[in-house]
Design a protein around this ligand. Structure first.
Ligand code: C2E
Ligand code: CA
Ligand code: CA
Length: 768
């Protein structure tokens, strides 16, 4: 059972007060009962003394009365003359006068002269004084000599001791008096009630005196007078009555004291408990995060000091919590709100529906290289500077925060600013020269903007879309882009592709299609370009120009290329076995060119199958070479050294200068489709193609035209002296079995002049 501290304290006080009181009452009770029994025995002693005194006084009175009789002249004469009749009448008269029941006159030798009780003289002469039992009655005796002057006789007078006397004596001694004879269990006189006397007699007979006293609730004292037993008794209850009253008074007093103790205990418990309650409540408030209210303990004692210490502690905790909250919500370096707090605040803004606006994400480009090249400290200073400039330049923004290492975010509500104005201000901010410390520095930013709530009503979505826009700006080499609705879905698809690609490679979900390459002049089949295909169960057909750039980004392209090479070479080997000697072209990416193991890998693949390196062409784009020209040139050279052919793909779309082109270790130029597709109608394209072909001839490069879609284009290319053609006009990229069928059925239809076989001499046209 739970008892609170106050209740426990109260009970403790109460128990203390109660036990002291009970102990006192017990002591009082003990002492009073001791005192009572002592006073009873004292009273009985006193009674005994009073009784003996009374009996003595009575004896003296009797003595006097007896002396009067003995001194009477007539009486003495009657004794001397032994005048029995006179003696008897004198004794009767005297006896009546003084109220005595027993009178006896006898000679010194004991011979009876006259007596109220016949034959008592002998007994009386034996015991002339004190108490004596005669004929079942008890008498107090006095005896006087009768002299004439010689002693002639003794006169004994006996006064009866009866119940009346006992009653009288009781009124003087205050104790019940019983004269009795224990041996014969006889009671002579008693002030006890008749019933008590009877039970006393019974007890004497049974010798159960103590038991009888107890049963009768009597305190008693026994004495002996002249061989007569005497019992002085008092009623215990009566004797103890005053003590009982005293005890009752004590009890009442104790009860009153207990009540007062109760009240005091209650007050004390409250008094002690109150500061504890205040402290407990304060602790609960702290638990709920409220540090503002102070504990009010006005006492000057330990509780007061505890309250003070508590308040100080509260202050310290509040301060620390403020710091923690600040740190949790702010970026330690720039002091701007961090991503978490930005999300919370912005979310609230969206929930409150406070209108619409723009969210702009500012991405500091190449920040990592700043860190790497100029050191982390400088990087930190750059970030601080950016944060400060942002806060100053966009002090009217609703929110400014640092989202990540090199990413900041601004929120403007639309009513405050039109989009164009904001764009201009952002552009000005981005393009401004930066002074970090004393150094002028050019920082590159990309900014992506998104409108809310029309382009998203969740913080995460808006941030992601703004980041997407920033990336688009980067790709387009702009500084700023506004999110275009729908690009998010494309982004998600990109993510899905990135996730699914490794598994697709692993589980052979990729496939190769082959597109024919023909001798431009004769129409004979020279070779194929291997083009990768991917059919994904959920995403459907994923086009290579969709997933290849992603694979390049993620690095998966290395594995894709290897897979393509292996399968293309396997296929080449199979065709060879079917007497189909085809040049196979495979596309390479920039990442492949940077791979140290590429050359060795290809060499091994060729060797394993016993294929001629001259029958393998690697198509590389200008941009792939330009990513790291020195390295690419070196690698291409190594490939060419081993006899593998190299073609420059999509020629004309990049920025490679003719001077650079001259440096490149190439075998072929692949004119980009964009110049070929409209060749028939576009004179400019015709000029470009003509010039390029002329230049290629000069540089001793074979020229391939891809994207040939009609006979006229082919005709023109033939006239211009192009060597190899590729395009839908001849064949789309086809799966292996389709390609086989194409070779069987359609390939021959492109043969010109005297050519009789789709293969044959012209096969060698692809070789040096
Ligand atoms: P590419 O290397 O320039 O490949 C030629 C693309 O042009 C192929 O598209 C082909 O189907 C298409 N094409 C051929 N003739 C015509 C024509 O007459 N008209 C039109 N409109 N198009 C024609 P595909 O297969 O979609 O490939 C697109 C790009 O994907 C390729 O461009 C290449 O850059 C890349 N790619 C394809 N397979 C691979 C691969 O295995 N490895 C690498 N690294 N890239 C590949
Ligand atoms: Ca190609
Ligand atoms: Ca191409």
């Amino acid at each position: 059972m739970f008892i609170n501290f106050r209740a426990r304290l109260f009970l403790l006080f109460l128990a203390l007060a109660g036990s002291v009181l009970v102990a006192t009452l017990a002591a009082v009770s003990f002492v009073t009962s001791e005192q009572a029994s002592r006073s009873v025995s004292r009273e009985l002693n006193v009674s005994e003394r009073v009784l003996s005194e009374l009996l003595r006084v009575r004896g003296e009175q009797l003595q006097l009365a007896a002396q009067v009789l003995a001194d009477d002249f007539g009486f003495r004469e009657a004794v001397a003359t032994n005048d029995r009749n006179t003696l008897i009448s004198a004794m009767v008269n005297h006896g009546e006068r003084i109220g005595t029941e027993l009178m006896a006159l006898y000679r010194p030798d004991g011979t009876e002269l006259a007596s109220t009780h016949p034959n008592a003289a002998a007994q009386l002469s034996q015991q002339p004084e004190g108490l004596l039992r005669i004929d079942a009655a008890l008498f107090q005796l006095v005896t006087v000599p009768v002299k004439t002057p010689d002693l002639i006789a003794y006169a004994t007078l006996g006064f009866r001791i009866d119940n009346a006397l006992a009653g009288n004596l009781k009124s003087l001694t205050n104790a019940d008096i019983t004269f009795f004879d224990q041996a014969s269990a006889r009671i002579f006189a008693s002030s006890l009630s008749l019933a008590q006397q009877q039970s006393f007699q019974q007890a004497m007979r049974e010798q159960q005196l103590a038991g009888w006293l107890n049963a009768e609730d009597l305190a008693a004292q026994q004495a002996e007078f002249s061989q007569t037993n005497l019992l002085l008794s008092l009623e215990q209850s009566q004797a103890q009555q005053s003590y009982n009253e005293l005890r009752a008074q004590y009890f009442v007093f104790g009860l009153a004291a207990l009540l007062i103790a109760l009240l005091l205990a209650y007050i004390s418990a409250r008094w002690v408990h109150r500061p504890l309650v205040a402290l407990t409540q304060a602790t609960q408030r702290i638990g709920q995060g409220d540090f503002s209210t102070q504990v009010q303990v006005q006492q000057q004692d330990e509780f007061g000091r505890l309250g003070e210490a508590f308040n100080q502690m509260c202050g310290a905790i509040a301060e620390r919590e403020q710091q923690i909250t600040y740190l949790a919500e702010h970026d330690v370096l720039t002091r701007l709100p961090n991503r978490v707090s930005f999300q919370q605040t912005f979310e609230q803004l969206l929930v409150d529906g406070k209108g619409s606006g723009y969210l702009a994400v500012l991405n500091l480009q190449k920040f990592r290289s700043i860190n790497d090249r100029l050191g982390q400290q400088f990087g930190d200073r750059v970030l601080c500077e950016v944060a400060q400039q942002l806060s100053e330049s966009f002090s009217d923004a609703h929110l400014i925060a640092r989202l990540a290492g090199d990413e900041f975010v601004l929120v403007y509500t639309a009513d405050g600013m039109p989009l164009e104005v904001l764009q201009t201000r952002l552009a000005r901010f981005i393009e401004a020269p930066w002074l970090v410390g004393s150094t002028h520095y050019r920082l590159k930013f990309r900014c992506g903007m998104v409108r809310f709530p029309n382009q998203g009503d969740a913080v995460d979505v808006l941030i992601r879309r703004a980041e997407l826009a920033a990336r688009r700006a980067e790709q387009a080499n702009d500084i700023l882009a506004v999110y275009q609705s729908g690009s998010d879905e494309a982004y998600l698809r990109r993510l899905q592709i990135l996730q699914a690609l490794p598994e697709a490679i692993e589980q052979q979900h990729l496939q190769l299609h082959y597109q024919a390459k023909l001798d431009c002049q004769t129409g004979r089949l020279l070779g194929v370009e291997a083009l990768v295909r991917w059919q994904h169960p959920q995403l459907g057909v994923v086009r290579p120009d969709e997933f290849i750039p992603l694979a390049e980004e993620s690095g998966d392209i290395l594995r894709v290329t290897r897979w393509v090479c292996q399968h293309a070479l396997d296929q080449q080997q199979l065709w060879l076995e079917q007497a189909l000697d085809l040049q196979v072209s495979v596309n390479l990416s920039a990442v492949d060119l940077q791979s140290d193991t590429l050359v060795q890998f290809l060499q091994e693949q060729l060797d394993q199958r016993g294929l001629a390196p001259q029958k393998l062409t690697l198509e590389v784009t200008e941009s792939a070479i330009m990513a790291d020209p020195d390295n690419a040139i070196q690698r291409l050279q190594q490939l060419r050294d081993r006899g593998i052919k190299v073609a420059l793909d999509d020629f004309g779309t990049g920025y490679a200068s003719l001077a650079q082109l001259k440096q490149l270790p190439l075998d072929k130029l692949k004119l980009d489709q964009s110049f070929i597709r409209h060749l028939r109608d576009d004179p400019k394209d015709q000029i470009i193609v003509q010039t390029t072909l002329a230049m290629a001839q000069q540089l001793n490069l074979q020229c391939v035209a891809e994207g040939v879609e009609d006979a006229q284009a082919w005709q023109l290319l033939r006239e211009l002296g192009c060597e190899i053609v590729q395009g839908y006009y001849f064949s789309r990229p086809l799966a292996v079995h389709e390609f086989g069928a194409w070779v069987q059925t359609q390939a021959a239809s492109f043969l010109l002049g005297d050519s009789e076989s789709i293969m044959g001499d012209t096969c060698n046209a692809s070789q040096d």
